[in-house]
Design a protein around this ligand. Structure first.
Ligand SMILES: [Zn+2]
Length: 128
């Protein structure tokens, strides 16, 4: 059911266990499914608190917000949809934040836009 790869699933279970939360984890797939159905129907209660599946859904939602329905698709040659943790680790975070910093510096007029074409006439024909 979870799309986590084995390594990340094991890491998540260890993290839940390290926080003494395994006592709240569903005992089997049937109980987990019943909890999930109540959750989807908006009928879950504090009794249905499930830290393992909840963490799984949380991570999957984050990955879905970036990759959309691709997170639910089974790629050719794969047996199940991609692991959300693996997918998020593929994101070029360093490039993105550095590019964001560059865009902000350009916006503030601190440096010239390196991607902006120089006008042949020195920008005289530019508006404003
Ligand atoms: Zn993974």
């Amino acid at each position: 059911m979870p799309n986590f790869c084995q390594q990340h699933w094991d890491e998540l279970k260890a993290a839940i266990e390290a926080r003494d939360l395994m006592q709240f984890v569903a005992k089997d797939g049937k109980q987990a499914m019943e909890n999930m159905v109540r959750d989807l129907e908006g009928q879950n209660t504090v009794v249905d608190y499930e830290p393992l599946l909840g963490s799984d859904f949380c991570m999957s939602n984050v990955a879905m917000s970036f990759y959309g329905l691709r997170m639910m698709a089974v790629e050719e040659g794969e047996e199940k949809p991609p692991c959300p943790v693996c997918m998020m680790q593929k994101m070029p975070w360093i490039e993105w934040v550095a590019s964001g910093a560059l865009a902000e510096a350009i916006r503030r007029g601190l440096i010239a836009d390196p991607n902006k074409q120089e006008e042949p006439d020195g920008g005289k024909s530019q508006e404003s």
